[in-house]
Ligand binder design. Structure first.
Ligand code: BGC
Length: 759
């Protein structure tokens, strides 16, 4: 034992020294970079500085000759005379090399471009959409998925991803809810951090890491009515306590860049928001990377009614701290004149350029502008079997079992009479999700294929419905087929003659994502009707949902015995779903967002405040609807397993906690089921009164625990006063004395409860 302790002591001491050596080396590297930045900056003309702040889309074939059309000709010329600092959407090593060459070989100072692209949930190996992946509550899996995405994208020559999107959203109508981590600032912060670590790794200058970008700063997920790009308006308390924490977590994790948003907040567009970008981000949080505008968002300050013309927009944006102009050409066209007219100080330009150069140095682009451009690597490290295996694992961890009555699931692998119904079941494209980067069309494993791998001939398929017609792509609006029962009969007959029906319904992946908000969050087209018709002939139904937003499906939840939430799961979707359907993987996902019963309840979220009239009371005078409950269909944190978990012995280490103390919260978790399973144990608190009214519950910790059948484990969480802190009435971040409830359980509703007082 003594020997063991000595070994541990030696290892800890070594680790301590290693960490401090690393910290010293990093500090030295940073100091060297700062010197290089200053030296370069001092050699730059004003035009060259402004060039660094200009980003263009790769809208012409960079591998070809100078484009003939005027629009692209100007861009080409800008690229070759140092008026471009970055490009987005230039894809493939060949094109990136070519574009880099144009910039480096033709310009006086040979400053390399940084190449950005939306690598959101994979590059070619597709992972679950971010909302789905967040349902895994598995931070290691999330790091790994971002790591694979970065490795593939960097092998494709890219240096920078416009991810993670860390916008908190409480609105299932908003199409971009699919791209975030859901509604909770704590879970959202943990996931934000994991994604930054995954993309950036521990060394930004390695050729398999990408600079990450925390977006959209800030408030974009609070678009009024859930309509993308719409105005937002929220209190400082909501901004500080709900919206900003995941952004702060990104800064703490060392994120290289930020992107601002399309929205205005209380009348000030995010792109022109000095308080957000200068006071909070670069001041209070000491963020030393750069801020890129969203696509054309500098110019959009004109229709917002905030800038009178493009020149004015450029002035407002740069003074507010937007460092790089994505696709508005506002800076390249106007900044020089604005400096000459004294409307923008050259110091502000220097600050922006310093930040951009700093990240380019950290990426190692000055050492070798082509360091990401290796054709061999591009051929060998994308869509590898290893990456697909990781995608399958992350996908199955992201599935949420919403209902399983009469133990319909898991299905037996010997089952003979299985019907698979629904167009989505036989779709190899929808599971790839909305932000699919370089994924090949129709390259996912479909649900039907996944099931056929297990059951072989013992499965029969009927389409049942057709969801869309016409073009399906990232740019255009989808056309949903409202009524079409032409394929019902075949499906109903198949259901009649089968023992069990696996019925896939939900959404096309182009129903969610940017610009794709919906007023109706139920099942569109003839899907609902088909489910009800099939239910009339066979009640043994497993609904497999594929969707990019929370769905309001109360009839299905009330009637159908088994429901599996599978989101848009990526390249390995069908295999991952089959793993869960047949019990090779015991589902462990939990919802990162509330599922409402109807869109009319929105915003509906678990961490709301209590109101003065929480109810229910006998008379009508309480905060409720007279025609709908206040309850969600499925609450935040909810998800079942093939095992059963029992919570007991919830205790706090002391009924009183001093500000400087730690409080231990313990409970016993037992797997009372018949199979091993994994539970996400969730810790919530309620601050019963404060200088501002407090949420009825707030997630403060979670642990993923795997137990064999019959096994128990004591679980411990530690609370410190900083975990209880919030921005209160005086605007400062601190915990306030008073009474607290503390809850532990498997979702935000079914919880054990105890309490303590903070003194
Ligand atoms: C989106 C951003 C994205 C950018 C570049 C914009 O429309 O809002 O999230 O990164 O385009 O593609």
């Amino acid at each position: 034992m003594k020997f063991f302790k000595t070994i541990v002591f030696v290892l800890c001491t070594l680790a301590f020294f290693q960490n401090s050596i690393n910290a010293q080396m990093n500090a030295k590297k940073d100091a060297e970079i700062e010197q290089k930045v200053e030296k370069l900056l001092s050699q730059m003309t004003l035009e060259e500085k402004i060039g660094q702040m200009n980003q263009y889309n790769g809208s012409w074939d960079v591998t070809g000759p100078m484009p003939g059309d005027d629009y692209n000709k100007i861009r080409y010329q800008h690229l070759t005379n140092g008026q471009v600092g970055s490009m987005l959407n230039v894809i493939s090593v060949k094109s990136i090399k070519e574009a880099q060459k144009l910039a480096v070989e033709n310009t006086r100072l040979k400053i390399p471009l940084i190449f950005g692209h939306d690598v959101i949930h994979g590059y070619q190996t597709m992972f679950p959409i971010p909302l789905g992946e967040s349902a895994s509550w598995d931070l290691e899996a999330i790091v790994q998925s971002a790591r694979v995405a970065a490795t593939e994208a960097a092998a494709g020559g890219l240096n920078w991803t416009f991810a993670p999107m860390v916008d908190i959203s409480r609105d299932a109508r908003w199409g971009r809810v699919m791209e975030g981590a859901g509604e909770d600032p704590y879970l959202g912060s943990q996931i934000a951090k994991a994604r930054v670590l995954g993309f950036q790794g521990s060394d930004l200058s390695a050729n398999n890491t990408l600079a990450a970008c925390a977006k959209h700063f800030a408030g974009y997920g609070f678009a009024e009515g859930g309509r993308d790009y719409n105005s937002t308006d929220m209190s400082i308390a909501t901004l500080r306590n709900v919206i900003l924490p995941p952004f702060k977590a990104c800064v703490d994790a060392g994120v290289a860049t930020f992107m601002n948003g399309f929205n205005d907040i209380g009348g000030i567009p995010a792109t022109g928001h000095t308080d957000l970008q200068r006071t909070i981000l670069k001041g209070e949080w000491e963020f030393d990377g750069f801020v890129v505008s969203d696509w054309g968002s500098i110019g959009e300050m004109i229709p917002h009614g905030y800038a009178k013309d493009k020149k004015h927009a450029a002035e407002l944006a740069v003074n507010a701290g937007s460092d790089m102009d994505m696709e508005a050409s506002a800076y390249v066209e106007n900044l020089k004149a604005l400096v000459e007219e004294d409307k923008v100080r050259e110091l502000a330009i220097d600050d922006a350029v310093r930040r951009i150069l700093r990240i380019k140095f950290r990426l190692g682009l000055f050492d070798d502008p082509y360091k990401y451009c290796d054709e061999e690597r591009e051929k060998n490290s994308i869509l590898t079997p290893k990456n697909l295996a990781i995608a399958r694992d992350v996908a199955r961890k992201s599935i949420v079992l919403l209902k399983n009555e009469k133990e319909v699931l898991p299905l037996k692998k010997e089952a003979k009479n299985v019907a698979v119904i629904g167009a989505l079941a036989n779709d190899k494209d929808v599971p790839l999700g909305n932000w699919r980067s370089q994924a090949k069309t129709n390259s996912a494993v479909s649900l039907l294929e996944g099931i056929q791998t297990v059951l072989g001939e013992n499965v029969k398929y009927a389409q049942g419905y057709t969801l869309t017609k016409g073009k399906r792509n990232f740019l255009n609006e989808l056309t949903i087929i409202e009524e079409d029962e032409s394929k019902f009969e075949e499906a109903i007959n198949l259901a009649k003659s089968s023992d069990v029906v696996i019925l896939a319904v939900g959404e096309d992946c182009y129903q969610s994502g940017e610009g794709r908000s919906q007023a109706d969050i139920g099942l569109l087209g003839s899907q609902q009707k088909l489910v009800e018709e099939i239910y009339k002939v066979n009640k043994n139904i497993v609904i497999v949902l594929m969707n990019g937003r929370p769905l309001a499906i109360p009839w299905i939840a009330d009637n159908v015995p088994a429901i599996l939430e599978t989101w848009h799961l990526g390249s390995e979707a069908g295999n991952a779903i089959a793993d869960v359907l047949f019990g090779d993987y015991n589902p462990s996902g939990k919802l990162p967002v509330t599922f409402p019963r109807s869109a009319a309840q929105i915003p509906l979220y678990y961490n709301h405040r209590n109101t003065g009239r929480p109810g229910p009371v006998e008379m009508v005078f309480w905060a409720h609807y007279t025609d709908e409950t206040n309850d969600p269909l499925y609450p935040f944190g909810y998800g079942l397993s093939y095992a059963d978990f029992e919570y007991s012995n919830l205790k706090v280490s002391s009924p009183e906690m001093k500000m400087e103390d730690e409080l231990q919260v313990t409970c016993t978790l037992k797997n009372t089921g018949k199979v091993a399973g994994t539970e996400v144990v969730q810790l919530y608190i309620q601050d019963l009164f404060g200088s501002i009214t407090r949420p009825i519950k707030e997630l403060k910790g979670f642990q993923k625990v795997t137990l064999n059948a019959g096994e128990s484990k004591d679980i411990t969480f530690v609370l410190r006063s900083k975990d209880l802190a919030f921005y209160g009435a005086d605007g400062s971040f601190k915990a306030e004395e008073g009474d607290f409830k503390v809850f532990v359980g498997g979702n935000s509703v079914d919880l054990k409860e105890t309490n303590f007082t903070l003194k």
